[in-house]
Write a protein that binds this ligand. Structure first.
Ligand code: GLU
Length: 279
């Protein structure tokens, strides 16, 4: 049975891109779930969460209850981190953003990932004693995945792309486990990263087909690695093209003129929006 989900972060009002993603997910799934991705508690607001449900209902969409909220799942993310920790796949990183930038500037060549230059691995080389001393001194740290080790343990991986990536990728995609480098999986302020929480929750909710915008296509590489290291099943993926505004630019949450609520306030109907998105 195909189980899909729409997983917005309540950091703003939904726009046309979200409508496309939600409708696509609802149509593709025999079961359709909504998941509120609110781990970044500093940016998420209850009024945006309430608006998500209202806007989805306005489109006539129906989803299963109860809705999973990631802010209630920190125990599960901690358990996943512990599982990675047991495999010695994590290390504490004490670098500030400025230190990382300086280190990258010093390096003759810095590999680039989807989120910019990848972490140069400075703290990977600390000894156990050095780590312990810095933790004991109260220095804040993030937990990073040792990507080389993760690649070795995970082995060769692929994922099934039923939609299209940004470069028209489709079919069986070979995973590049080093694409994001030693990615951060937890920080002091937020004890789980997007990649970790999504990998854990897609499996927890039994999602079999992840439908989402193809700006997240590359994230699938690291999410597949995490699923494997955590012993979780792999869903299939159907990434879709991004919805662009009249200027050919991606809709952004800051672009308040094009929220679904504004369109609605201006008398636009759900059918008109569907015609524009899918017509
Ligand atoms: N929460 C993410 C967002 O709002 C989407 C996550 C996903 O679909 O994997 O961009």
């Amino acid at each position: 049975m195909i189980v899909t989900r729409f997983a917005p972060s309540p950091t703003g009002y939904l726009h046309l891109g979200h409508a496309f993603a939600a409708i696509t997910a609802a149509q593709a799934g025999k079961r359709f779930l909504v998941r509120i991705e609110d781990i970044d508690t500093t940016r998420c607001r209850p009024q945006f969460e309430a608006a998500i449900f209202e806007d989805l209902a306005w489109f006539g969409l129906d989803w299963e209850r109860p809705v999973l909220r990631q802010s209630e799942r920190f125990d599960a993310y901690r358990a996943a981190l512990a599982k990675l920790q047991e495999q010695a796949l994590l290390y504490p990183c004490f670098c500030t953003r400025a230190e990382i930038a300086a280190e990258i500037a010093r390096a003759s060549e810095a590999p680039h990932g989807p989120e910019g230059p990848v972490y140069p691995g400075t703290c990977r080389h600390l000894s156990t004693e050095q780590r312990q001393a810095r933790i004991t001194s109260g220095a804040p740290y993030a937990l990073r995945l040792d990507s080389q080790k993760a690649a070795f343990i995970a082995g060769a991986l692929t994922f099934e792309e039923q939609g299209v990536g940004p470069k028209d990728e489709h079919g069986v995609i070979t995973v590049d486990p080093l694409l994001f480098g030693d990615v951060v999986l937890a920080r002091k302020e937020t004890s789980a990263s997007y990649h970790l929480s999504v990998a854990v929750d897609d499996a927890f909710q039994g999602v079999t087909l992840v439908t989402r915008g193809n700006d997240l296509f590359s994230a699938t590489h690291i999410q597949r690695v995490l699923q494997t290291l955590l012993g979780l099943p792999a869903p299939a993926y159907a990434h879709h093209k991004l919805i662009l505004d009249e200027n050919g630019k991606k809709f952004s949450k800051r672009d308040s003129a094009v929220t679904l609520r504004d369109l609605r306030a201006n008398g636009v109907t759900p059918d008109q929006i569907k015609a524009r998105l899918f017509g």
